[in-house]
Design a binder for this molecule. Structure first.
Ligand SMILES: Nc1ncnc2c1ncn2[C@@H]1O[C@H](COP(=O)(O)OP(=O)(O)OP(=O)(O)O)[C@@H](O)[C@H]1O
Ligand SMILES: [Mg+2]
Ligand SMILES: [Mg+2]
Length: 492
């Protein structure tokens, strides 16, 4: 029998708010353990929660971005359980009245090759709700330590329908969702810092069947490719269990081991009635006025796939370039600013090429691993615009443009200043160039190429361009060289 996997994801995202979900203590990463707490976070008797409005606003924005229905009224419930990662014996969450219902996420599958756009489809969402994060446990050989700095942080949970069917779709989903959330500035979604986490629910069923099999929930993946690997492993494990009868699939929570690259059983999964959800008596239900929803809607920035379609359709940019520019809003905005500064005289493709090739290369080469941020980089949109205009206006050659880039990236000087200081202007003196061309053509070394050209091989003269360029220190215009070369050869 042939089996197919069915996958549903629960994605937790820490929202970028100044303070925590129900108290004003700061939400931040990288502080000394247990310094970002207060009596509310620690669940001391007599403390009362106060809702963070910004977290609600950000969740509404996320819901609107993903086409969810925004609830007229939502409420807060206690999810009761006791575990050392929570200082209280409950977590404030939303049970039957979440902020957002329904919705979908557009994803892109891998294309046939890097320069071909892959298929797009939408993945259906069940709901998005808001809750408070729990602390972080670190386990050692004989004991465990807990850090409550992230306990109580505003955490939004995005739950999908069982509507994903392969590890590649899961990868595409996580990537698309992260790009949208980061673009909107709702979270940095750094999985290594725990700002974005994913539980993957997986079951297997015979192909063609409409009912769902027993689900297993995977935890502890700390990168998007980690999620893909864990899901791929678990699909194989379950299919093998079903086909060989060697193992039984039971409803449980399994932990991904990123070193051993396998999943191992953690605990049997609670059902929702085990949590004894009930409305929190200290918090009022929340209603969000329609005009406020419309205001939030009007503040949503352009989403990455929409931007990509615009670049491809309106600017005629190739897919490869747009797929690098568009997922990162900062980069895309840098490009648009540079393009605008050329005042219609710069080709979008020329501007985009500099950003995608030279700029990203420099940012990635920065010391200390990772990528340098644009704000730390000396190259500004004005530099890029000016450089493009110098090249397109024929003031300098493309070749010299590369040297100017290196110089402006290290000194921060404007390209025109560098060109002036170093005398890099393309030589328009065709008399001088003609002399150099004549010398190269006369060089016995090139006799063979010239004969081949005369015999009809039009490309044979290309090998002579390099020596001419070298003699002019890269300042000559390649078209002009070719023209002069043909004239010189015709005279032989
Ligand atoms: N048989 C199944 N196979 C695959 N995925 C499933 C199956 N049944 C449910 N799912 C998915 O599992 C997820 C269930 O998440 P939900 O938050 O509703 O419940 P939970 O995991 O029981 O609760 P908790 O928040 O405590 O983890 C959803 O993404 C859903 O699509
Ligand atoms: Mg859940
Ligand atoms: Mg779950």
């Amino acid at each position: 029998m042939e089996y197919e996997p069915v996958i549903g994801l629960e994605v937790h995202v820490q929202l970028k708010t100044r303070s925590k979900m129900f108290t004003r203590v700061a939400y931040a990463y990288g502080h000394e353990p247990n310094t970002l707490t207060n009596p509310v976070v620690m669940g001391m008797p007599g403390t009362l929660p106060v809702m963070n409005k910004e977290a609600v606003r950000k969740t509404v924005q996320l819901g609107l971005m993903l086409g969810c229905k925004i609830a007229e009224t939502c409420k807060w419930d206690r999810k009761n359980y006791f575990y050392p990662d929570s200082p209280k014996n409950y977590q404030l969450s939303q049970f039957d009245q979440p902020i957002c219902e329904g919705g979908e996420v557009e994803i892109e599958m891998l294309g046939a090759s890097r320069n071909v756009m892959g298929d797009h489809r939408t993945v259906e969402l069940t709901r998005i709700h808001l809750e408070e994060d729990v602390g972080k446990l670190t386990h050692f050989a004989t004991d465990s330590l807990v850090d409550y700095n992230r306990a109580g942080a505003a955490l939004c949970e995005i739950v999908t329908e069982p509507n994903l069917y392969s590890e590649d779709e899961v990868y595409a989903f996580m990537t698309a969702l992260r790009n949208m959330i980061v673009t909107a500035g709702l979270s940095d979604c750094d999985m290594e810092k725990g700002q974005m986490r994913c539980d993957a629910n997986i079951s297997i069923r015979p192909v063609g069947s409409k009912t769902l099999g027993t689900k297993v929930e995977l935890k502890n993946m700390n990168s998007i490719s980690g999620v893909r690997n864990a899901v791929a492993y678990e699909i194989k494990r379950q299919i093998r269990a079903l086909t060989t009868g060697y193992e039984k699939i039971v409803q449980e929570t399994r932990r991904w081991d990123p070193v051993a690259l396998e999943t191992e059983s953690m605990r049997m999964k609670e059902e929702s009635h085990d949590y004894r959800y009930f409305p929190d008596p200290d918090l009022m239900p929340v209603s969000i006025p329609a005009e406020q929803i419309e205001k939030i809607r009007s503040e949503i920035p352009e989403m990455p796939f929409d931007r990509q379609r615009r670049y491809m359709n309106d600017m005629d940019l190739p897919y490869t370039i747009t797929s690098v520019l568009c997922p990162e809003r900062e980069l895309a905005e840098f490009f648009e600013e540079a393009l605008a500064l050329t005042k219609g005289k710069g080709e979008p493709k020329a501007v985009a090429n500099l950003v995608v090739n030279e700029l990203i290369r420099d940012l990635s080469a920065a010391e200390g691993g990772g990528r340098q941020s644009l704000s730390e980089c000396l190259v500004t949109p004005a530099h890029v615009a000016e450089l493009v205009l110098l090249i397109e206006g024929g003031v300098i050659t493309k070749q010299i443009g590369k040297d100017v880039w290196v110089e402006m990236a290290t000194s921060g000087k404007m390209p025109a200043v560098i060109v002036d200081e170093k005398g890099l202007k393309a030589s328009n003196d065709s008399g001088e160039l003609a002399t150099i061309v004549a010398q190269v053509v006369a060089d016995p070394k090139h006799e063979k190429a010239i004969t081949q050209f005369k015999e009809g091989n039009k490309k044979a003269l290309n090998s002579l361009i390099g020596p001419v360029m070298k003699a002019t220190q890269g300042k000559a215009n390649p078209q002009q060289i070719q023209q002069l070369m043909r004239e010189a050869v015709a005279k032989l």
